[in-house]
Design a protein around this ligand. Sequence first.
Ligand code: PA5
Length: 448
Amino acid sequence: SKLRLDYKNASSFLKEGEMEMMAPFVKEAHRQLHDKTGAGNDFLGWVDLPKQIDEDEIQDLKETAERIKKNCDVFLVIGIGGSYLGAKAAIEMLSHTFHNELSHERRKAPQIHFVGQNISGTYMKHLMELIENKEVMVNVISKSGTTTEPAVAFRIIRGFLEEKYGKEGAKQRIIATTDKSKGALRTLADQEGYKTFVIEDDIGGRFSVLTPVGLLPIAVSGADIDEIIKGAAIAYDDFKNSDFKDNHCYQYAVLRNIFYRKGKTVEVMANYEPSLNYLSEWWKQLYGESEGKDHKGLFPASVNFTTDLHSMGQYIQDGLRNLFETVIKVKNPKEDIALPTDEQDLDGLNYLAGKTVNFINEKALQGTMLAHTDGGVPNIVLNIDEISEQSFGYLVYFFEKACGISGYLLGVNPFDQPGVEDYKKNMFALLGKKGFEKEKEKLENRLK
Ligand code: PA5
């Protein structure tokens, strides 16, 4: 197994046999996921995905990634939510910490920037300044093909490309990832003749990282997408049985539901590696959008340690006791560096001379975990051996499957997101979109 869940530091918050009491409910949730009979069952394509990879598509993705690497200095990924966070998480986790700042030879890939994940004019203008004299290629990603943020960004970028390369030239530099038949992006891509990749109907945005949505940008960064899928396939096998005694994925789902019912309504995901920051962002979307509905659900929060021990650490140790913590612990981080001896020892650090930075980090993790547990915060540890493509794929499937089980245990449909539509209606009305005239007047009166 590529992941070991350890809840030693959460067990004093559990009654004996409390987890086992959940076994029949887990069995039922498992059955509904695999038989595809539960709520949201038309969005379960991700369940068997690691075992159903289309080799021709993988080949096409790799060839397209090579073409992108050869033909640009800057690769722009346009998308938001599930059409952004998975690729961002993988690239941050697997690339050099300063990948965009390294020389092209050292990086062996274009610079990668994300856009269309906000509506900031400043961000857009600064990006345009950055790419002004660069060779640029673009992957525009939107399942619905109608999301405002990426559509706005793509219109501006498309204008830039057409001006720089002409209409024909621009066409060769745009790859669209979208629905096979529906949506404005599909219409545009077909009309212009862009290269396209398809997101299947039965895979929702936040469950789409192992489809072309995530895999194309990840392949461009130089990561090995076969290994990512292999990691997910190992996870598939590890978690395919409903008995949760040896199933760490289902144990995680059970623990978070138990703590939720005890009033621990915030789950704090903690990491000690900056490269995992965006994995937490991806995880927050996955759980927040899947479970936060019908006025229920854990609030998923995240911290980057030890950085945030100097900000949020106080609250976690000593604030309102409505939290539990899930810590991702990496046994063998990618790199390490030792602390040198200093003859004068003015900083008093000679007791650590010869020790490595990772050793100090590990002691910080252990000390923090015990302190937080003593402070009344149950700690769940997800142990992974290394930061690698396989562990990324494994973690993705681990969290996706735990999310499906957890959502069913909570009694919600984890695969819809009705709540994200409400702000859009208001925004369209205020922007003056056709068909929203009545709402516009009402909202503007409220804003007066
Ligand atoms: O999980 C989801 O469905 C959402 O977060 C979407 O991924 C996000 O809203 C982007 O949607 P789209 O890919 O249709 O532009």
